[in-house]
Every structure is written in C-alpha cells, then in structure tokens.
Design a protein around this ligand. Structure first.
Ligand code: CP
Length: 325
C-alpha cells in the first residue's frame, strides 16, 4: 500500500501520509474541508452506523479529541484504546491489537504510535481504512491538511489552493517533526516555497531532500515569510527522552534553552521583523516561553486556534472520503 490515499478495487483506502499524495488529491481533500468549514460541520451524519476506533499508543490532546469530534459530527460512534491500560503492555503487538479491534466490526482505525511506519504496517494487516494520526518522525497527514487549509483560508488561497508565491518558514525541531514532513510535502506540492530553520542538529541540510530549503538563521527570513510555523523541541523523540530543561541541555538536543531562544524563539521583538499581514502558526502543544512567547501566540496574527478548529473539518473531510458511500 502506498503512503498516500490509495484506491485499488476491493482494497481499503488509507491516509498514511502526504508525501505520496498528488496535488489533485490534496486539493480535493482541502476543498472538502473548506466546504465543511462553510457549514460549520453541519452535515447529515453520513457515517451513521459506523464505529471509528482511536488507537493512540502515544500521548495526544488535539488529534485524538479532534478525530472524536469529527467522527461524532459525521454520525459515527467512537471507541478509544488507551495505551496505558491496553494489552500492549502485556506484550501484544500493534498488529495483533489492530486485528483484534478490526474483528470487533469497527469501520476504521485512527492510529498514533511512537514508531515511524507503524500506521503503514498496521494498514498492511487489516482490511479497513487506517488513518495515520502521527507515527514517530514520519508523518502527521491530517495535521498537514489542517495547517494548509488554515493557511489557504487566511491568505485568500482556499479557492483552488494554488499556493505559488507563498513562502512558509518552519522553525525549530524539524528533524524530529512528523508535522514538518507532512507540511513540507503538501505545501510544496501546491506550489509554496518552504524554508526550514533551526540549529544544525534540529534542521540538518539532509532535510533538503524533502523539497524545502534549510537555513540556520531565522532573522533574515522573517521579513520574507507569509507564515512562520513554530515547532516545539520534541525532547521525547531525541535520545534520552523527556526531562528537565537542564537535563535536556546536557543531552545535547540544544546547547542551552537561553541560547536556543536567542536565535530561534519567536519573541515579540522577533515577530516585529515579520512583514505586515504575515501569520504565526503552531501545531501544538506549545511550550510557551521556549519556542514561542505568549504575547505572539495570543496575538491577532496567530492562527493557532483556527488551526485547531480547522482540524475538525479536515478530519471530517478525510473520514467521509474514506468511509462514506
Ligand atoms: N498537533 C498535535 O498532534 O497535537 P497532539 O499531540 O495534542 O495530538
């Protein structure tokens, strides 16, 4: 099964990533998202009778609840596997877990996992649609879709999603970011220019193979950007896991929070370098006071809560696409 939405006859279709998705397919899903947005999600419950299973083997606030709201607005029932109390902790594999839940008669699996490729692996072993809700450092396709829908709406490009001429700057821990990978794929496919910025360890030049530019200097790019997408440092995806600030510094993820902030945080002072009308985005969760200052996160140029709202519409669009008649 390929990484994008696929439709071979008699095979379930999945949403595993944006990297293999055509611009035409992206535009269809983004257009459906905007249609749903315009009616504030009020549809005639096209998924009544379906059960959507959330299989979250890693923490989530936005994605899990957003999929739940989206499923319920479409008329589906939702069941949740909570990894902390599941039999994965007794040694059951992700594949066995997924196949057992499929055997209960659910219509789709929404999967979040620490392992890159976990959603695709599960998709190869079940006969129902699998939606990747974030797999390790690989992809987070519905986050990419909702981010692009939000940006398209804010910049007046939502009618057709031709993003040519737009410059999006993604700042921070790009290396560990599945959100960045899905965004780079989707934005570039629709014609936007993307620059990824961070210290060499978090924004290595190897990322250029994704189609973006890479820079270690943020300030010169700020006056050019139409949107600046800030990323959290994902300490848990770097060796050693999450710890106190001082421990994280010692592990070498960053040399020091103070030094990181001095060069890469979107402070109010730095946000003033952005061109008028440019937007601030963040997929969440925000670490206020590290990568993004509160007054910027809560400013009129921030799209952060609009991203969250758009997440419901985007997930409704995808679920309806995969499960609807
Ligand atoms: N943006 C995002 O994936 O947030 P959660 O980890 O809370 O789902």
């Amino acid at each position: 099964m390929s990484a994008g939405i696929t439709s071979p006859a008699a095979q379930p279709r999945h949403l595993l990533g944006l990297q293999a998705m055509s611009a035409e397919r992206l535009r269809a899903l983004l257009g459906a998202t905007m249609d749903i947005s315009r009616v504030h999600g009020r549809l005639s419950e096209p998924l009544r009778g379906h059960v959507v299973a959330n299989l979250f083997f890693e923490d989530s606030t936005r994605t899990r609840l957003s999929f739940t709201v989206a499923s319920k607005k479409l008329g589906a029932d939702v069941i949740d596997l909570v990894s902390a109390t599941s039999s994965v902790n007794k040694g059951e594999t992700l594949i066995d877990t997924a196949r057992n839940i499929e055997a209960m008669g659910v219509s789709a699996l929404v999967v979040r996992a620490r392992q890159s490729g976990a959603a695709a692996l599960i998709a190869r072993h079940v006969n129902i649609p699998v939606l990747n809700a974030g797999d390790g450092r690989h992809e987070h396709p519905t986050q990419g879709l909702l981010d692009i829908a939000t940006l398209g709406e804010a910049t007046g490009r939502a009618d057709g999603f031709d993003l040519s001429g737009l410059h999006v700057v993604i700042v921070g821990d790009v290396y560990a970011s599945r959100v960045a990978r899905s965004n780079v794929a989707g934005l570039c496919a629709l014609g936007a220019r993307v620059s990824c910025v961070g210290p060499p360890g978090l924004a290595p030049h190897s990322l250029e193979t994704l189609g973006c530019a890479v820079s270690h200097e943020l300030d010169p790019l700020l006056p050019q950007a139409d949107a600046v997408m800030m990323l959290r440092i994902q300490f848990e995806r770097h060796e050693g896991g999450k710890g106190a600030e001082g421990q994280s510094e010692k592990r070498g993820v960053i040399s020091s929070v103070r030094e990181y902030r001095a060069r890469y945080a979107l402070t109010a002072q730095r946000a003033a370098l952005m061109k008028p009308g440019a937007f601030v985005m963040h997929p969440g969760p925000i670490n206020r006071g590290i990568e993004l200052d509160a007054e910027v996160a809560d400013s009129p140029q921030s799209l952060i809560l609009r991203q969250v709202t758009m997440g419901v519409w985007a997930r409704m669009a995808v679920l309806r696409d995969l499960l609807g008649d």
